[in-house]
Design a protein around this ligand. Structure first.
Ligand SMILES: [Zn+2]
Ligand SMILES: [Zn+2]
Length: 65
């Protein structure tokens, strides 16, 4: 799956972007203050830690201790 061929939707406002870079830029400008947590593994961002923790466990097989 090539990410750059897919639309990259902003999960906050559903705007779509051609590249991850554009999406990240949009997030920083429009939602900068709201996205406090970002996943270092896939550059997904979350508004709260629980969401990120769930994401890590689901998509990156993080163990919960
Ligand atoms: Zn947005
Ligand atoms: Zn991730």
């Amino acid at each position: 799956m090539n990410l750059f061929w897919k639309k990259n939707p902003c999960e906050k406002c559903n705007l779509k972007f051609k590249t991850i870079e554009e999406l990240m830029q949009h997030k920083q400008i429009v939602h900068g203050k709201e996205y406090l947590y970002d996943c270092k593994k896939c550059e997904k961002s979350f508004t709260n830690m629980n969401d990120m923790r769930t994401h890590l466990q689901r998509f990156h097989s993080y163990k919960n201790n």
